[in-house]
Design a protein around this ligand. Structure first.
Ligand SMILES: Cc1ncc(COP(=O)(O)O)c(C=O)c1O
Length: 500
């Protein structure tokens, strides 16, 4: 039997010491992150093999656990906060963001109802409204914070489904002779969160139809209209169109003004996936992105992709949020009754989740620390760096831009050492078409450059496919990435390509 004195939480003085130690650990990690490999060179399973196989019977000292974090965990990470990490979106760690995450830990609030979390609920409402003001959305748009855009789109489409198939929340879809099959439309560049939502909502993955894009990777309106007309002829009911403002591969922006008109004509739900692009709308020079947004039913913005809030933080806006509440609210379980009666807003009513993290706190801290001007200055720097990188590509005959440069994203392609732009026949290179054998070789080369660089631990980029061609992609969004880092990354790319 343990001595009763030793039970309970860590004694306050010891906890204080550990916190100081942790403060130093975090500051050192952030300051020295550049010395780390961006990605580990471990094979799958190697990290797990170094960890204890059996759960501990006796408690261990924090110092020992922290040293194992250093020894076993940190080297096994892809460091998304590393200044040489140029992949994906979601590199948005900042010092104020880390402070925000730390402060929310001891508060440990569950933001499910107003009564269980008055300040968390009201701060969430406030932060949602701050972003609304920054991107200039009409007041009719209110929102809710979820972890990710994928979860947000699921909720948006659940409301679209309810409006297309009344009583779906009560009676479901299966076995109903009164309902046609539904269709959802989105571009061939859109994120597959649409299919995931269709799977979960019983719409069916194959009922998400991919609309081809124009030369700048924007949804082709004329083809969309034809697809909708053909579907109606065949007895389908068009339910929703999903536009993207900032696609994953190229950050292209769909023709949203035209889509807002189509929403009226076709009586479909219009959802805008501005998970990445939405943050850029705080810049006056990017206001054009939001044209047509007031004609949408729902919009997603992920501050964890472009507004420097660490993962996770995604806002779903809906014109008349009550529509969302009507789909998800239930009579509170008996155990919650006392905690819901006087509520102004119970966020548990706006989605499937009951327990909810206090995400608004970190966003509030970051937005206050940087202000709109600070956020805007950092976004502008990333746009500048993306354009600078594009200039370097244009000036090297062995490489070519593969898509217009948009926001912080650059897609480019290595054309092979013995090739030149006209042989490869892509981008702004002119009429020459590569033979299938050349094209296959170029695909492999581009893929291999990315794989070699990522395996080297010196930088991290991604590969993607556009019009069937494999190419390289970098994204800029990390506050630690400077022009010097980017130049180093460019040298690594050139050097790796030369070796191949
Ligand atoms: C345009 C776009 N939409 C949605 C998503 C999904 O985001 P999340 O990870 O928040 O679900 C991504 C992810 O990169 C994205 O690029």
């Amino acid at each position: 039997m343990k001595d009763r004195q030793s039970l309970g939480d860590t004694p306050p003085e010891q906890f204080r010491r550990q916190l100081h130690e942790l403060a130093d650990w975090i500051a050192d990690f952030r300051e020295n992150i550049e010395a780390l490999r961006v990605a580990p060179d471990d094979k799958p399973g190697a990290i797990g093999a170094r960890l204890a196989k059996h759960p501990p019977e006796e408690g261990e000292r924090f110092e020992k656990i922290l040293s194992d974090v250093d020894r076993l965990i940190v080297p096994g990470m892809v460091h998304w906060s590393h200044p040489m990490f140029l992949g994906y979106f979601g590199w948005t760690t900042t010092a104020p963001g880390i402070l925000g995450e730390i402060i929310s830990a001891p508060l440990n609030v569950n933001a499910m109802t107003w009564r269980t979390s008055p300040a968390a609920t009201e701060l969430e409402t406030l932060v949602i409204d701050w972003i609304r003001q920054w991107v200039d959305l009409p007041k009719e748009f209110d929102g809710v914070v979820y972890d990710t855009a994928s979860v947000g789109i699921l909720h948006a489409l659940a409301v679209a489904r309810e409006e297309a198939a009344p009583f779906a929340r009560k009676r479901g879809l299966a076995g109903r002779a009164d309902l046609p099959r539904f269709r959802i439309y989105t571009s061939d560049q859109a994120h597959n969160a649409a299919e995931k939502a269709a799977i979960a909502l019983g719409i069916g993955e194959e009922n998400v139809r991919r609309v081809p894009c124009d030369g700048e990777f924007r949804m082709e309106m004329s083809i969309l209209r034809k697809m909708i007309a053909a579907d109606r002829q065949s007895g389908f009911k068009p339910m929703a169109v999903i536009a993207t403002a900032g696609t994953t591969s190229t950050a292209s922006v769909d023709p949203i003004v035209e889509l807002a008109c189509l929403r009226h004509e076709e009586k479909v739900w219009l959802h805008i996936d501005a998970a990445y692009g939405g943050g850029f709308a705080i810049l006056p020079e990017y206001k054009w992105i939001t044209e047509g947004w007031s004609g949408a039913d729902s919009i997603i913005i992920n501050p964890h992709k472009s507004l420097f809030v660490p993962l996770d933080f995604s806002v779903l806006y809906m014109c008349d949020l009550e529509r969302l509440r009507r789909v998800f609210t239930l009579a509170p379980p008996d155990v919650l009754r006392g905690d819901t009666v006087e509520a102004t807003k119970n966020y548990m009513d706006y989605g499937v989740q009951l327990g909810r993290r206090f995400r608004a706190l970190k966003a509030w801290i970051i937005f206050r620390s940087f202000g709109r001007e600070g956020l805007a200055a950092r976004l502008r720097e990333h746009i500048r760096l993306a354009n600078l990188f594009a200039d370097w590509i244009r000036n090297d005959d062995r490489f070519e831009l593969a898509a217009p440069v948009s926001m912080g994203v650059v897609c480019f392609r290595f054309l092979g050492g013995d090739n030149n732009k006209s042989v490869a026949g892509i981008g702004d290179a002119g009429p020459g078409s590569p033979t299938p054998a050349t094209a296959g070789r170029l695909d492999r080369l581009n893929s291999e450059i990315v794989e070699r660089i990522n395996a080297s631990g010196r930088a991290y980029l991604t590969q993607t496919k556009l019009r069937g061609q494999t190419l390289m992609r970098i994204g800029l969004g990390n506050v630690l990435t400077t022009e010097e880092h980017l130049r180093k990354a460019w040298e690594i790319i050139q050097e790796t390509a030369s070796k191949l």
